[in-house]
Design a protein around this ligand. Structure first.
Ligand code: UDP
Length: 370
């Protein structure tokens, strides 16, 4: 007799949602994670009254009503709306690209004026083959040079000509005075932090942290009927077909006890190439903004530095170019031959998923089992 129906490797969103769904249907689950905590990269830690996003800013946004209703069972969301500022040299711009940005660039006041200014600069391409062509086709030279090129090349460590066009399809481009970074109707930050939200999902589920799969399964080969593995798929197979590429991030987080408001916004992007970090996050503004929230003294500020991923580091962004996607597909074939092991999540599926997409995938995935 196996002890559990499911062994779930990884206590991030995919694993937690799967465990929650299975447990709700009377299945037994054991969730293990090699980190010391649950919630994966969404992990937040409350320090000096501020929820610090330890692995970078996590802003929940979705167009999927079912996912929104789902997460709201486990956390209350505030009405935070992401409106990052871009800083290029000493110029400040609103993001995403909208009428405010166009005014700041060219002093255009109406949509017709802004469209004419962009039309003058666009380098048209019917089927943009890479990110540079896509950006020049969509936005023209000023926006590309000041707000896209430097930031993107820092973030991905690659020339924009070598990057897939669809990375910047994520960014809205609109002719209204609207600084909301996302087009989704549902958005917010989990009040009390995402760690609490994931803990609520995992209520009644057995969880072991600081527990590495490789060691654990050696000692407990018969632990569960089925394993759901949400770690990196290439690592699972000991990189036998080669390493998939990821971008890693380094965070330098500093507590400033004597400063109550460092930058006046949660997210400021530094879009010039010469500055080594991509953005500075000031965590308190995710939960304390406008006139909302309790005033908290002091502030936490994080500089985010992208880097090429090396074995042993946390992988963040899968690099979904053709070469890596081909390699992933080979791993996927191996994965499909495994008995009673299934791969899920951003690392298990090698996809640049936002939080809502991971949750939607996990809900779908569980349905296939149920
Ligand atoms: N981007 C950009 N300039 C910016 C912010 C974003 O060019 O100031 C582009 C860049 O190519 C980046 C993509 O948009 O890779 C997505 O960025 P975002 O910050 O939304 O991604 P996240 O890291 O938050 O998932």
């Amino acid at each position: 007799m196996k002890k559990y129906n499911y062994l779930i490797v990884g206590a991030g969103l995919f694993g937690a949602v799967f465990a929650q769904q299975a447990t709700a249907q009377g299945k037994t689950c054991l969730v293990i994670d090699r980190r010391q905590h649950i919630a994966g990269n969404a992990y937040t830690e409350n320090i000096h009254g501020i929820n610090v996003h330890k692995y970078g800013a996590h802003i929940f946004h979705t167009s999927n009503k079912a996912v929104w209703d789902y997460v709201n069972q486990f956390a209350e969301f505030n009405n935070y709306v992401n409106s990052p500022i871009a800083r290029y040299k000493n110029e400040l711009y609103n993001l995403p690209f909208n009428m405010n940005t166009f005014y700041q660039l060219w002093r255009t006041a109406t949509p017709a004026e802004a469209q004419a200014a962009i039309e003058n600069q666009r380098i048209k391409k019917e089927n943009p083959a890479n990110l540079e062509e896509q950006a020049l086709n969509l936005a023209g030279t000023d926006i590309y040079e000041k707000l896209i090129k430097g930031y993107t090349e820092k973030q991905w460590g690659r020339d924009c000509k070598q990057l897939p066009a669809d990375i910047i399809k994520r960014l809205p481009f609109r002719f209204t005075y609207d600084n909301n970074y996302f087009n989704d109707p549902y958005q917010g930050i989990a009040k009390g932090g995402y760690t609490q939200m994931v803990a609520n999902m995992l209520k009644g589920v057995e969880v072991k942290t600081s527990c590495s799969y490789v060691e654990f399964i050696k000692d407990n080969p018969q632990i569960a009927e089925t394993t759901i593995y949400t770690g990196a798929i290439d690592e699972f197979f000991d990189y036998k077909l080669g390493k998939l590429e990821y971008r890693a991030l380094k965070f330098e987080t500093e507590y400033k006890p004597d400063c109550d408001n460092f930058q006046g916004n949660a997210v400021v992007n530094y879009t010039e190439r010469e500055i080594p970090y991509t953005r500075i996050i000031e965590h308190k503004h995710f939960e304390q903004f406008g006139t909302f929230g309790e005033p908290v003294k002091g502030t936490f500020v994080t500089h985010e530095y992208p880097a090429e991923w090396q074995k042993g580091q946390e992988p963040y962004y899968p690099i979904n170019d053709d070469k890596n996607n081909d390699l992933y597909n080979q791993y996927k074939k191996l994965a499909d031959q495994q008995k009673n092991i299934f791969f899920g999540g951003r690392l298990g599926m090698y996809s640049y998923f936002d939080m809502d997409k991971v949750i939607a995938k996990a809900l779908e995935f569980y349905k296939d089992f149920a």
